[in-house]
Write a protein of this length. Structure first.
Length: 69
């Protein structure tokens, strides 16, 4: 399921990154790599704030829909 379906406070493991090669490379640069745990901190407006690898990252829902957990 896409990351956008997780509720605030839920955690999961990234299983797949979709999108074109540039999108995948961009997300991997932010730390979204297959096998990495991710926690949704909050969803506000069109953004999702996640905790990944001891960092907080804000991404758009469009980008988050390409991350599968």
């Amino acid at each position: 399921m896409p990351l956008t379906l997780l509720q605030a406070g839920q955690s999961s493991i990234i299983t797949r990154i979709g999108g074109n090669p540039e999108t995948r490379k961009f997300l991997e640069g932010l730390g979204f790599v297959v096998g990495t745990p991710v926690t949704v901190i909050t969803q506000s407006g069109g953004n999702i704030i996640c905790s990944i690898r001891d960092a907080r990252v804000a991404i758009s829902k469009q980008m988050a829909s390409k991350i599968f957990v």
